[in-house]
Design a protein around this ligand. Structure first.
Ligand code: SAM
Length: 259
């Protein structure tokens, strides 16, 4: 499973070039698209189209070749296969058939964007693409409203603005969003702003609606019940067993120093 660059051919790792040159066959999402990469790196290995929608025949054919002793590399148009790209079915089938699967790590837009977004990166959720229709998009965003981890979405340029607007509707004006656009390319842009401001900025500059983009949302901030609050609550509970609300709250206030 070989990762390829997401826009800048200099991001191709040497091991990926070696593997693509040495395998017997390269299964590629779009063989015409991959020709450029092959030419750039002088790779002459034959290509075969593979998509997760490819019939069982293709999967069986590829697994059969490996079982017969050949080696096959899988690439997608850009970035890491399987990450919002084809590959899951063939890896699943390979695992089931006891075929060894070796990942060759490299670029992926989700990690590239997160590494420079300035949002918490210790815990995050990758959501892939939001539904294309507004109703589905809003429903999905609502399900994520309370999510505290950083949220990461892939988005198509022609849906960037409507997605941002729906995020604003569901998450509010102030929730911070990062637009990471054209990563590793000439017009790379990484901007962080509250949703309302980001929507205005994208409306005012239609160039921002061009090219490939990743959207990252700061997770929801939940009110943390402090230790003092929970201790005060425990004291209130104990006193309420014996006293009236008035007496209990008066004593609890004296004990804790809280109102
Ligand atoms: N497998 C790829 C990966 O590892 O990132 C993702 C493939 S997915 C079909 C394509 C989406 O990835 C784009 O719509 C965009 O959201 C994101 N993407 C890919 N390249 C990008 C780049 N250079 N800058 C920003 N986003 C990118």
């Amino acid at each position: 499973i070989v990762a390829t660059p997401i826009g800048n051919l200099n991001d191709m790792v040497p091991r990926a070039v070696e593997i693509l040159q040495s395998v017997d066959l390269i299964a590629a999402e779009d063989t015409r698209h991959s020709v450029r990469l092959m030419q750039h790196f002088g790779i002459k290995t034959p290509l075969k189209a593979y998509h997760d929608h490819s019939g069982n025949d293709t999967v069986e054919y590829l697994i059969g070749k490996i079982q017969a002793g050949q080696s096959i590399a899988l690439i997608s148009d850009a970035g890491t296969p399987l990450i919002s790209d084809p590959g899951y079915r063939i890896v699943d089938a390979a695992m089931s058939a006891g075929v060894k699967v070796i990942p060759i790590p490299g670029a992926s837009a989700v990690i590239t964007a997160l590494s420079a977004a300035g949002l918490p990166s210790d815990r995050f959720v990758f959501e892939g693409f939001l539904p294309a229709k507004q109703q589905g998009r809003i429903k999905q965003l609502k399900a994520l409203q309370e999510e505290t981890r950083t949220l990461i979405f892939y988005e198509a340029p022609h849906r960037l603005l409507v997605s941002l607007q729906d995020m604003q509707t569901v998450m509010g004006d102030e929730r911070e969003v990062v637009l990471a656009r054209e990563l590793t390319k000439t017009y790379e842009t990484i901007k962080r702003a509250p949703l309302a401001e980001m929507v205005e900025w994208v409306v005012a500059d239609s160039n921002q609606q061009r090219g490939e983009c990743v959207l990252l949302l700061r997770g929801a901030v939940v009110e943390v019940v402090s230790e003092l609050d929970s201790e005060a609550r425990r004291i209130m509970d104990v006193l309420l067993d014996e006293l009236s609300v008035k007496q209990a709250s008066s004593l609890a206030a004296k004990i804790t120093g809280l109102k």
